[in-house]
Ligand binder design. Structure first.
Ligand code: DQA
Length: 150
């Protein structure tokens, strides 16, 4: 049976395409999701997508990973840098998460250099624009194929 993964996007990522295009590019979130779905299908992964600007809604969705998903690709946006509640939600579901950033957060403002979710993620991919999601997909496919634990 195809593995099921969740592709989760946090605050302001619904504005991709319009939002700071010099940083995040011109592709919309729908464009990026279509690209991920196609690449997922090639790798035997079925992808569901969810975006929210709210911390609670993201946490509720993370909880569904307990029963509904094998792993998750997650761009938590600015919550990356300070949401202990999201960090705890990821730790609670014990499924592999890949932390994704389109921009190279280490080249940007100081507050973006720290992630509170990295310690509970399998790995981090940052700085490759929309390709960050495809690289994360490849990494997650490998983790699931090898049956690695979160
Ligand atoms: C981001 C980087 C974060 O610092 C920022 O708050 C975002 C997007 C990225 O994809 O590069 O919203 O996660």
């Amino acid at each position: 049976m195809a593995k099921k993964i969740l592709v989760l996007n946090g605050p302001n990522l619904n504005l991709l395409g319009k939002r700071e295009p010099e940083v995040y590019g011109r592709q919309t979130l729908a464009d990026i999701e279509a690209m991920i779905a196609a690449r997922g299908a090639e790798n035997g992964l079925s992808c569901d997508f969810f975006q929210s600007n709210g911390e609670g809604a993201l946490i509720d969705k993370i909880h569904t990973c307990l029963t509904d998903y094998d792993g998750c690709i997650f761009n938590a946006g600015a919550y990356t840098h300070y949401s202990y509640a999201i960090r705890d939600a990821i730790a609670s579901v014990e499924k592999p998460f890949i932390e994704v950033h389109m921009s190279n957060v280490h080249k940007r403002e100081e507050f973006r250099h720290h992630s509170v979710i990295s310690p509970v993620c399998a790995g981090v991919i940052a700085g490759f624009g929309a390709d960050s999601y495809l690289l994360a997909l490849e990494a997650l496919a490998g983790i699931l194929e090898r049956g690695e634990k979160a």
